[in-house]
Every structure is written in C-alpha cells, then in structure tokens.
Write a protein that binds this ligand. Structure first.
Ligand SMILES: [Fe+2]
Ligand SMILES: [Fe+2]
Length: 334
C-alpha cells in the first residue's frame, strides 16, 4: 500500500496521483483494503442527524440541568472533548488529503464528516447546559498539537486513531455508565459508535507502517509515542478533580482504556502475527500510570519515592499495575 506521508507527496503538492491504481495488492493488503472501504460505507449507512438527535433528547428529558459544581465539572471535561473533536476533524482532514490509496482515503474522508458532526453537536450540547468552553489546558493541548503538527503519517495515525480515539471512547463509556446527565447519556452512544469505527483506520494501517521502519525511525516513533502517552496521562491528571466531582475515578478510565488497548493489540496481532504480545511501550505506560494514579486511590497520599518504586516494580513486572488490578466491580462503584 502507498501510505503517502511525505510533505511532497501527491496529496500535498496539489497534483493527482494518476499512478494510484498501478500497484497490485497482496491478498492481505486486499483484505485490509476491503475493511477500510467498509469504514466509509458503514459510516454512510449509520449516519445520524446531529440537530435532530440532540433536539429530540432535549425534548424527551428537558434541557440539561445540574448543580453548579456538577455543571462546571461536566462542562470542563466535555469542553476538552469538544476541542478534541475539532482537532480530530482537522487531523482526519489532513489524513484524507495525504493518504494516497483509495480505501484508506475513503475511511479518513468519512471520519472528517463524522468529526464535524461531533464538534457542532458537542458545542450545542454545552450551550444547552449553559457552559461556555474555555481553551484547552496545557497537556491536552499538547496531545492534540503534537498529533496535528507531525508530518509523519504513522505518528499521526497512532496519535489520532489509537490514542485520542481510545481515551475519548473510555471517557464516553464511563460517563454514560455513571448516568451523570440523561441527555448526554443518550447522546454518547452515537459518538461511541462512530469513534469505534475510526479506530479501524489505525489498527489496519499502523502495524504495516511500523513494520517498514528502520531502527532510527522506529526509535523516533517510540519516543513520540511515549511523549504522547505521558502528555495524555498528565491531561487526565489535570481532569482528575472534575472527574471525581461527577463520580468517575480516573483509574476506571485507565482500566477500561487498557482493556480496549489490549483488544486492539489482539486484533493487530491477528492480522500481523509478528506484532508483540506485550510491547515495551505498554510496560512503560503502565509504570507511568502507577506513578501518576497510584493503586492506593485518589484520596490517599503516596510519597513520591514510593510511587517511583512502585512504578519501577510495574515496569519490571514484579508488581501488578493499577490498570491490571482495577477491578470491574470497583469501576462500577467508585
Ligand atoms: Fe469524534
Ligand atoms: Fe473519531
């Protein structure tokens, strides 16, 4: 597959890639191409009218109303989501431009349309809630700007499809399960369905890109990934007080995210058997989670030295991580 990615590639230079159908797909590539193509077609079949859905939910439940504290907490969390949707809109538009092959380009183009809907519906929801979205905090802004700013298609897909989409999906699931506000609880499944489809562009393309990397490029990719994951966790840390205010323990987000990531890794291994079962980046991520969100819980003070020791134990596999130990029951009743 021709994945484009060069700033001088056909998509960026303004020319058309008239040779785009010249190469032949291997069987595996043809299978992946069909899956990517179906992201577009399924997106078209399941499209929803954002204005109609939101207004029917407001009609059913009334305008979203919460206490001041909950309104501020929910407003701040979903402002981050709203700006994230705008970033996703821009990033998927970049991908739709730069990807050369027909099927991934179609998948990215259908994502652009979805993210535009996600953005305006979230804006309208926050307006109905009576909350004016503030700018993004430093760390969340860093996550989206790193992903927006890179010219490397592999990094962009890993940042957008495999990191930002996954964390958004876990926040949606958890807030919906906690039933914080009825309009939002019924709105979020529409988002979740779309975002789950978007992840597919990453799982179908990223392993193929990683496989073709030289050593230097692979090291650069991993450092970018670690930086992005660290920034994501710091963003979640900044959100922690608001999450706790609406009854969501950030550890439950990490635990659900970890399960989703494990599932994605399994899918990628199914298609690309060489894909590592327990990638070293994941171990490092588990260590970072333990240092920032100790297993002891949000209200417990854990001295920095002990946090570091526990994090190192997690990386060395002598200790289970907060992601592995956070039990689903616990997640259901934080
Ligand atoms: Fe979205
Ligand atoms: Fe998305």
């Amino acid at each position: 597959m021709n994945l484009g990615g060069s700033p001088k590639g056909p998509g960026r230079a303004g020319g058309l890639p008239f040779d785009m159908f010249d190469g032949a797909y291997t069987d595996a590539e043809a299978r992946r191409a069909r899956r990517l193509e179906s992201i577009y077609h399924v997106g078209q079949d399941r499209i929803w009218d954002g204005r109609a859905v939101l207004s029917s939910l407001v009609e059913k439940h009334g305008r979203p109303r919460l206490g001041d504290r909950e309104t501020r907490a929910l407003g701040r969390i979903f402002s981050i989501i709203m700006w994230g949707e705008l970033a996703a809109w821009k990033i998927s538009a970049q991908l739709a431009d730069v990807l050369v092959d027909l099927e991934p380009k179609m998948a990215a183009a259908s994502q652009v349309h979805d993210e535009a809907r996600h953005f305006y519906v979230m804006h309208d929801y926050l307006e109905a809630l009576g909350y004016r979205p503030p700018p993004l905090d430093f760390w969340s802004r860093r996550v989206v700007e790193m992903t927006l700013g890179t010219d490397d298609v592999g990094k962009k897909l890993m940042g957008m499809q495999l990191t930002i989409e996954t964390i958004a999906l876990t926040i949606f699931q958890r807030v919906r399960e906690m039933n914080v506000e009825p309009v939002l609880s019924e709105l979020l499944p529409y988002y979740e369905r779309d975002e789950a489809r978007h992840v597919g562009l990453g799982t179908q393309l990223v392993p193929a890109i990683v496989k073709d990397m030289g050593v230097r490029q692979a090291i650069d990719f991993v450092l970018f990934e670690l930086d992005l994951l660290f920034s994501t966790l710091m963003g979640l840390k900044a959100m922690e007080p608001d999450l706790l205010s609406i009854g969501v323990d950030p550890r439950s987000i990490l635990a659900i995210g970890f399960r989703k990531q494990t599932e994605l890794n399994r899918e990628m291994r199914h298609e690309f058997p060489w894909f590592p079962e327990d990638p070293p980046v994941d171990r490092a991520f588990h260590g970072m989670c333990e240092a920032l969100f100790p297993t002891e819980g949000s209200g417990v003070r854990v001295p920095p030295a002990r946090r570091v020791a526990h994090a190192m134990g997690v990386v060395a596999r002598t200790r289970k991580s907060v992601l592995q130990t956070y039990d689903r029951h616990h997640a259901a009743a934080p």
